[in-house]
Ligand binder design. Structure first.
Ligand SMILES: Cc1cc2nc3c(=O)[nH]c(=O)nc-3n(C[C@H](O)[C@H](O)[C@H](O)COP(=O)(O)OP(=O)(O)OC[C@H]3O[C@@H](n4cnc5c(N)ncnc54)[C@H](O)[C@@H]3O)c2cc1C
Length: 346
């Protein structure tokens, strides 16, 4: 059982044990049994945010395959089993006239993984609509319903990320009962729709526009498009305070000319988010960059690292380190990996 067959980037060695859990009782049983025997556990969703070592995983991989969607349309409440396909959940919410997830169209993976890194795109994050997350707490053995405000959501993070103490069983979303979208927050999306930031249009239109934009960037899984054999964005956009931004601006002017303006988005508390892709390109790593061992930068999006077919995880991580070091040397910014790294480090 090679984990490469279960990850969207097509990398990862064998799992010592592999269990597919088709129901919530099966999922609980599998986790409890592995924990009781002291086996390391890796919960596997759609494998779209996982980089697994070439040596594989020396423990039990538990694949979440639970199904079920419960819709309380009147209250806009949608509760989804962890194993439901995420994009199908978004498509259904849009079709049912429920708004709040439409900008998250086309993101691969399963619903249960969305709270882990507070999945987001085009101005929406699941933290804006999650009402509660039902989890199995592996430390106490309890099943808990954790309300949104206790989930520790932040930019690409939550209390569930990294620690592995919680298994997400289901996620409940509170959506607006309307066919119009939530206000469009992302300038590129507003441009594509021909509207202004803050406008609302039909959610079906937003969904179509988001998918089109994502396809252009190789951000919708397509077996016919080699640029989609990735984990999406490999690096998180760095969030900088005023002093760090000033240092990046000085370095950017020195390298790219006195008129250079570093793009940024407000990140609250006087901080800004700077696109990692911009820094990577200015540090000398353009689209399609390939050091020659099978891992390369996507030809469509600088932030996606791609397995061209012959890559190994070691080669991918070497490329990631080269990029991280290049950005560090050029701008003094330390890029962090977005995917969950299993058995490897950046
Ligand atoms: C082409 C492409 C585009 C992408 N675009 C975006 C984007 O726009 N925005 C974005 O935020 N992400 C994006 N991603 C990343 C990824 O799709 C999301 O993070 C997604 O939510 C991962 O879901 P998954 O089911 O594949 O999780 P996996 O990759 O299987 O797992 C990811 C992590 O979550 C844990 N996990 C999974 N399910 C559970 C569960 N039920 N309980 C506890 N832990 C669990 C795993 O152990 C692992 O640590 C993209 C990825 C790709 C390949």
């Amino acid at each position: 059982m090679r984990l490469a067959d279960y990850t969207t980037i097509g990398l990862g060695g064998p799992a010592r044990d592999f269990v597919r859990a088709g129901t919530t009782p099966e999922l609980l049983e599998a986790v409890r049994a592995a924990d009781a025997s002291g086996e390391p556990v890796l919960i596997l969703g759609g494998g779209s945010n996982l980089v697994v070592a070439d040596e594989g995983f020396g423990g039990t991989v538990i694949q979440v395959a639970t199904r079920g969607v419960h819709l309380d349309h009147g209250h806009g409440l949608v509760t989804v089993a962890a194993g439901e396909d995420w994009d199908a959940v978004v498509a259904r919410s849009v079709a049912e006239g429920l708004a709040g997830l439409e900008c998250l169209s086309g993101i691969p993976g399963l619903a249960g993984a969305t709270p882990i890194q507070n999945v987001g795109a085009y101005g929406q994050e699941v933290s804006q609509t999650i009402a509660q997350v039902q989890v199995f707490d592996r430390t106490t053995g309890e099943i808990l319903n954790i309300p949104n405000e206790h989930c520790g959501f932040g930019y690409r993070t939550s209390m569930f990320r990294g620690v592995g103490a919680f298994v997400v069983l289901s996620v409940s979303f509170r959506l607006a009962v309307q066919t119009r979208s939530a206000p469009v927050r992302y300038a590129e999306l507003a441009d594509t729709l021909g509207v202004s930031v803050g406008d609302q249009v039909e959610s079906t239109e937003v969904r179509a526009a988001v998918i089109e934009l994502r396809q252009r960037k190789g951000m919708v899984i397509d077996p016919a498009d080699p640029d989609t054999r990735s984990v999406g964005s490999f690096f998180v956009n760095p969030v900088l305070d005023a002093a760090a931004l000033a240092a990046v601006e000085a370095a950017a002017r020195a390298r790219c000319g006195p008129q250079t303006r570093v793009p940024r988005f407000d990140a609250g508390d006087g901080r800004v988010k700077v696109p990692a892709a911009w820094l990577i390109e200015r540090a000398g790593f353009g689209k399609g960059y390939h050091p020659g061992d099978g891992a390369r930068i996507s030809a469509k999006h600088t932030l996606a690292l791609v397995n061209s077919g012959s890559a190994s995880t070691a080669g991918l991580m070497a490329l990631a380190r080269q990029i991280r070091d290049g950005v560090q040397d050029t701008f003094g910014v330390s890029l962090a990996a977005e995917p969950v790294l299993v058995g490897v480090e950046l």
